[in-house]
Design a binder for this molecule. Sequence first.
Ligand code: PEP
Ligand code: MG
Length: 572
Amino acid sequence: MSPGRRFTGQGAAPGIAIGPAYVWPRRGQAGGAGAAAGARRVEVERLSAAAAVAREGTRQIVRQAGRTLSRAEAGIFEAQLLMLDDPNLVGRAEEAIRTGGLSAEEALERAGAECAAALRAVPDESWRARASDVADVVGRVLDALADRPVPSLPSFDHPVLVVAEELLPSDIVAFDREKVLGLVTQAGSPTSHASILARTLGLPAVAGVPSACDLIREGDVVAADGASGEVVVGPDPVEAEDWRARQAARREWREGLRSRAHLPAITTDGHRIRVAANIGTPGEAETALANGADGIGLFRTELFFMGRASLPGEDEQCGVYGEVIRCLAPRPVVIRTLDAGGDKPVSLVASGGRAVMFASGRSSQLASGHEDVFLAQLRAVLRAASAAGEDGRAGVRRPGEAEVRVLFPMVANLADVVAAKALLARAAAELDARGVARGEVKVGVMIEVPSAVALVGLLLHEVDFVSLGTNDLARLTPCPAEVPIPTVLRLVAAVADAARRAGKPVAVCGELAADPRAIPVLVGLGVGELSVAPPLVPEVKQVVRTVSRREAASLAKRLLTARPVERATGDG
Ligand code: PEP
Ligand code: MG
């Protein structure tokens, strides 16, 4: 028997799956053109009624997701619910019907395509991946317009590996976990919501396999490795046996990791490295805790401000921050103030009932001229810091037991930090004047723009800690191809060195903190905290446990002083 055919895609959710393929049917096109374009009022009403049906359908998915997923993933669909109220989507389509005489279907598809194109134009991959959420939402409204039932997987009498052009988040939650072994898709990427959901569900997934739907036929046996992106179609018996052995070994390894996740991550020479979690919704705090996180190293608060008709108020924010602080107590929680604008298209931030685009280029949140927004957020953080310490409930920290830290993003110069701290002091004074209880918070800045690295010595005088945002730092610092290590590691080294001299802690909260190849270097450079996506905490802790900080320090030194490799010129 000949060996199977091999393909390579992108590993989107780790795990090994082997089984017969089910080729997911191609998505149908939108229904007919609807009522005559002239009947504009009728079309607007049809669209609005279909959006209401889609809203109810999405609420059902949220409830279903709440049962099978953590609240964080259910949050993906909550965010989709908000998209249905987004003036840039249904609102824009309604406008196109009124002014352009389009049918509801045409108008919605056009608005959806524009929203998705705007998201795909953002340099940040994680934002680009949100385009599939727009497609998911638009698809649901189109189904409602056409009065189509939501497509579902046929029921199988045996488990299958789903092969599809693209899978949307709602497809993934609809799958019967007992019957779906794994996913192979032509489109998609590791950062799409479908991939995030697959990771949460422990569903191995490979994305970006060109022509998968043409190359794989129904019933073909497929083996897929969601870490490496390797896919084999029709493995011979020896290959199949090998895949099954890999599958069993991985399962055993994961179980071992989970059982040790709640223990601290200590290097082989006795240094504790804190492994914290990055979260975007309060629900993710529970996932962080379940995965053994030593705290929240980055709470991205942008999500609350997106897709809303009105700003989240001080009380609402205080409630959310307090929930996270209580969930993690007595572990520390770092709350980052709103990081919007520029490549984070929080175009839906509303102020006083008005939609406002934070288009300031993210140089500093103060530059946006929305001081009132940040003051309200800072008051909410200060109040939450107090409530978490003083309400005396079981599991809640006692005063002074844990820290609430506020983190200012995109700081580019000293004036940014001084202004941010002045705002924090003003927020505290306002609460004191109102007689409202508040706590104390530590103050940190993100080091994520190159000028902040240059000024880090000065910035450190002003703050209690710094956190390296290596995602933005790498994006904003081109790395010449010939250098032996990425430039961003040199910047980390400079910041860690300055922090050591200032006696202040330094964390890394960008994706680099979860890269097993980078972790020894980061530890060797003196980084004391790695903050990563909640499900990655057990794995990152395990990598730390294999590292000797002393040896890692000399490895880092060797890397930083290595000379560029001579490159062959090819001209003889
Ligand atoms: C970063 O830039 O590395 C970071 C953690 O912030 P965000 O990804 O939210 O921009
Ligand atoms: Mg950033």
